[in-house]
Design a protein around this ligand. Structure first.
Ligand code: GLV
Ligand code: MN
Ligand code: MN
Length: 411
């Protein structure tokens, strides 16, 4: 089997996919079920159909593009990632796994390979939490980790439910049918940019992921008392933003009791009423907490909740925190790690065994199938910003190892 990767096509497809965006290039903003996302989905479906893949989508909009294997009863080998992008993102997060996965399939087709197990390219709905506040919506439902009732009721900022917007996007049917039957996938593999600096710093072109860190997120509401910025004396204030500032620093310092794998981020801060001469009476914060060790992650969540209580008591205001999700970490399957390792050895590619500190749909696919991830470097480790960059040579190398491994798993 002689595999080739078409780098020119890959480069041009990455650029075209990036053009479905609500931000000025090079930034990409593509929030789930917005017109930009819907156009990108249609374009992806066409790319899959033009190489003979059978395309379907489920009730939450997860897209499955299947290359039928010779044994229709054999369980499926899956690969893929997401195409939604957070506000002001780059064009590689998720996209590399989808377009690299498609190119891996095309490369196998060109080589004359005929799989026994069907190979399926997945495009997961809303890996990013931007619109509905929870990441990996599609893969959580596929894995049965989130109940269809809870998912259907999730609301965006305009108070529109997942149920409403998915139906408008022609994702009909019931969410109960999204969950996959046990054993559906023989294996699942995701190609992704590292989103950190380690591969680049060590000049190693590939990372084989051994485990994925456990994410949790909280929504915190601080309610104080507003009023006139000139009239209210400092000693009488119950300023919600001052409390938020103290809490944000307390969260940062709480991470210092962990290891390099312990991280926490306050990424959103909404201030009400938001006027220059009005004391903030209400602040909503989003907190993202992660660790590879579940106990340490949970300890950090508890430390944040304790900080909320003590700051509220001292400043005489109210701080409520709601835990939106607290997921367990995942181990990649030894047989997938082994298959990826053999593919790297076959091509004499150096690789690093590494942890994924970012979460991915693979975190949930690992609950229902042996799962694994392959990382490629990204410049300066940048991700979730417009200057995110991965070279087409690195993407092609990843697609080559992915193709080789998909072949090995689907024979
Ligand atoms: C995924 O986008 C993450 O935030 O890890
Ligand atoms: Mn992302
Ligand atoms: Mn991603």
């Amino acid at each position: 089997m002689s595999l080739t990767i078409d780098q020119d096509r890959l480069r041009s497809e990455i650029d075209t996919l990036a053009s479905f965006s609500d931000a000025e290039p090079p930034a990409v903003t593509r929030i789930v079920f917005t017109p930009a996302d819907l156009k990108a989905r249609e374009w992806m479906k066409e790319r899959c159909e033009e190489v003979g893949l059978a395309v379907r989508h489920d009730a939450v909009g997860n897209i499955f593009a299947r290359w039928n294997g010779s044994d229709p009863h054999a369980n499926v080998v899956g690969t893929g990632s997401h195409i939604d992008a957070i506000p002001n993102a780059g064009k590689y997060d998720g996209m590399v796994g989808v377009l690299g996965g498609l190119e891996a399939i095309r490369s196998l087709q060109r080589s004359g390979f005929a799989p026994k197990h069907s190979i399926e390219l997945l495009i997961f709905t809303s890996e990013e939490p931007t619109r509905f506040g929870i990441g990996c919506l599609g893969s959580r439902l596929l894995a049965g980790v989130l109940s269809p009732e809870a998912a259907g009721k999730l609301r965006d900022k305009e108070c529109r439910t997942v149920d409403e917007v998915r139906r408008e996007a022609n994702c009909t049917g019931e969410l109960d049918h999204v969950r996959l039957p046990p054993g559906y996938y023989k294996a699942f593999l995701e190609l992704h940019i590292e989103q950190g600096p380690l591969l680049e710093r060590q000049h190693i072109p590939l990372g084989i992921v051994t485990n994925i860190a456990a994410p949790a997120s909280l929504s915190i509401l601080i309610e104080g008392s507003g009023g006139h910025a000139g009239g209210v004396l400092m000693q009488d204030r119950r300023d919600a933003l001052c409390a938020a500032a103290e809490l944000i620093l307390a969260i940062e310092s709480a991470t210092r009791s962990g290891t390099m794998d312990t991280v926490a981020t306050v990424g959103m801060c909404e201030v009400f009423p938001g006027a220059v001469n009005s004391i903030p009476n209400r602040v909503r914060l989003s907190v993202d907490v992660r660790d590879t060790d579940l106990r340490r992650r949970d300890d950090l969540v508890r430390a944040i909740e304790t900080a909320c209580q003590s700051i509220a008591a001292r400043r005489l205001l109210s701080i409520g925190s709601e835990l939106l999700n607290a997921d367990a970490p995942a181990d990649c399957a030894p047989e997938i790690i082994q298959a990826l390792t053999l593919s790297c050895h076959k091509h004499e590619f150096k690789f690093l065994r590494m942890v994924s500190r970012a979460y991915h749909d693979s975190l949930f696919m690992a609950r229902i199938a042996p799962a694994g991830m392959l990382f490629i470097p990204c410049r300066n480790g940048y991700s979730h910003r417009p200057d995110e960059y991965a070279s087409v040579e690195d993407i092609a190398r990843g697609a080559m190892v992915l193709a080789e491994t998909l072949a090995a798993l689907s024979r």
